[in-house]
Design a protein around this ligand. Structure first.
Ligand SMILES: Nc1ncnc2c1ncn2[C@@H]1O[C@H](COP(=O)(O)O)[C@@H](OP(=O)(O)O)[C@H]1O
Ligand SMILES: [Mg+2]
Length: 444
């Protein structure tokens, strides 16, 4: 198709040639890639022998080139010439060799145009599978367009850092303005501070401005009357560029979860080491990108599933008598159950923040970061609290599941009912089998 069009465009209109070339038959030479091709342009609208311009054609030439005109030529051979076998559109006749060469050229052009494009679409389609139980996205249809996960990672890191600046500024200025925003199901008071709100606003509008077509779920309500423009210069940090390849997914397959201030309770108590800001990117409900940032020590961990990370697992874990890290302000019955399961000697570390507790399982070069082997939570918890940690663990080969071992889907509702257990470089299934009573404990 493109070959025919290219050929048609290459032929100048009648009258643009000199008189010698303005005859009923025009010979054109085309060179491409070292091949010299001979094209013959035929004018069928004028009667034979009365073409525009000078120089009558020889009978041999006419026999080759005037197939459609009724035979009415006294000086010419007595029988009409045979119709040529191969005629291309626009009146171009090609020899069999010319046809073959043009076909090859056309195929070459098509391959060149579409090979890179198809390779890019392949990764796109691979990640286009629908979420379990979610609405089906037909392969290849992307009404919201495509988003590059590497760009999403870059802007997620920036959002966590920029939100963290607000968290730190409010804490250092001692202008928390803490108030109760409600109660948990277990009756614990939930705090809200100016740090939560300002961080939430900054993180949300940075991500929304960069990726308007993507669904963003953030912990705090976004006041549309109080919009902020937080520009993104589209630059990608060097470490991300080196470790991560661009990878496109349909915008509607993505859900971003923002936790603008994890460990708000501890923030109000000035226990700064527990505080993190977090961003998670889920694709079809699966956590794929996780960013956990500590604003008070400027440490950031990021990881992308099947991509890369700037953080790694520790070299060893204690599987037999694991140190269990649990919530200090939403513990439920976790301590009791952990001791029943792993024995009374099991060390239990109480700490604030889901982000902090995931970092406790990793090799984090922070002096204020405790180390643990397993993270267990038995009460209800929200997806923005756990999605980033889940993605980071998954990217590094670890697991975060409900207490019965189910994967947590990061679409739809914002709550996770089944508690959680997180581990890395351990037999996660065996850990779950040891926890027969925890499921009941989570519904105390
Ligand atoms: N039972 C519950 N209900 C609601 N939120 C809970 C919860 N248990 C824990 N969380 C939230 O999960 C995060 C980590 O909890 P914890 O520090 O207790 O481990 C905190 O988030 P925020 O600080 O972002 O509000 C906390 O509020
Ligand atoms: Mg939180």
């Amino acid at each position: 198709m493109s070959t025919a069009v290219a050929v048609a465009l290459a032929i100048p209109p009648p009258g643009r040639h000199g008189p010698a070339k303005a005859a009923g038959q025009r010979d054109m030479l085309s060179e491409h890639g070292g091949l010299r091709l001979r094209l013959t342009r035929i004018q069928t609208a004028l009667p034979a022998g009365r073409e525009r311009g000078a120089g009558p054609a020889s009978p041999q030439q006419l026999q080759r080139s005037v197939p459609a005109v009724p035979w009415d030529c006294g000086d010419c051979p007595t029988s009409p010439p045979a119709r040529p076998a191969a005629m291309a559109p626009m009146g171009i006749r090609l020899s069999p060799l010319g046809m073959a060469v043009f076909c090859l050229l056309g195929l070459g052009v098509l391959y060149h145009l579409y090979s890179g494009f198809l390779a890019g679409r392949f990764a796109f389609f691979m990640l286009s599978e629908p979420a379990a139980g979610g609405p089906e996205t037909p392969h290849g249809s992307a009404p919201g367009g495509a988003v590059d996960l590497r760009e999403l990672l870059a802007v997620s890191v920036l959002a966590a850092v920029r939100g963290g600046e607000e968290v730190k500024r409010v804490r250092e200025g001692n202008v928390l303005n803490a108030k109760a925003k409600g109660k948990t199901r277990e009756g614990a008071e939930e705090q809200l501070t100016t740090g939560d709100l300002l961080s939430n606003r900054r993180m949300f509008y940075l991500l929304k401005g960069a990726f308007p077509a993507v669904q963003i779920n953030s912990e705090e309500r976004v006041d549309t009357a109080d919009q902020e423009t937080v520009p993104w210069d589209r630059s990608i940090p060097e470490d991300i560029k080196q470790k991560i390849q661009p990878q496109e997914v349909p915008a509607e397959s993505v859900t971003v979860w923002i936790d603008p201030l994890d460990a708000t309770q501890e923030y109000t108590e000035d226990l700064r080491q527990y505080v993190t800001t977090m961003v998670c990117v889920a694709v079809n409900g699966k956590p794929v990108i996780g960013v956990i940032h500590k604003p008070f020590s400027s440490y950031t961990a990021w990881a992308m599933v099947d991509g890369g990370s700037n953080v790694k697992a520790r070299s060893s874990y204690n599987e037999k008598t694991p140190r269990i890290i649990v919530s200090r302000s939403h513990a439920g019955k976790v301590e009791q159950v952990a001791r029943q399961t792993f024995g009374n000697k099991t060390v239990i570390i109480s700490a604030g923040g889901a982000g902090y507790k995931v970092l406790a399982l990793l090799d984090v070069p922070e002096k204020n970061q405790e180390k643990a082997d397993v993270y267990i939570h038995v009460t209800y918890i929200k997806k923005w609290d756990i999605c980033a940690g889940n993605a980071v663990l998954r990217a590094l080969g670890g697991h975060m599941t409900t207490l019965t071992g189910e994967e947590i889907s990061y679409t739809g509702s914002d709550g996770n009912e089944g508690g959680l257990i997180a581990s890395i470089n351990m037999n996660h299934k065996a850990l779950i089998e040891k926890l027969p009573d925890l499921e009941k404990a989570s519904h105390k």
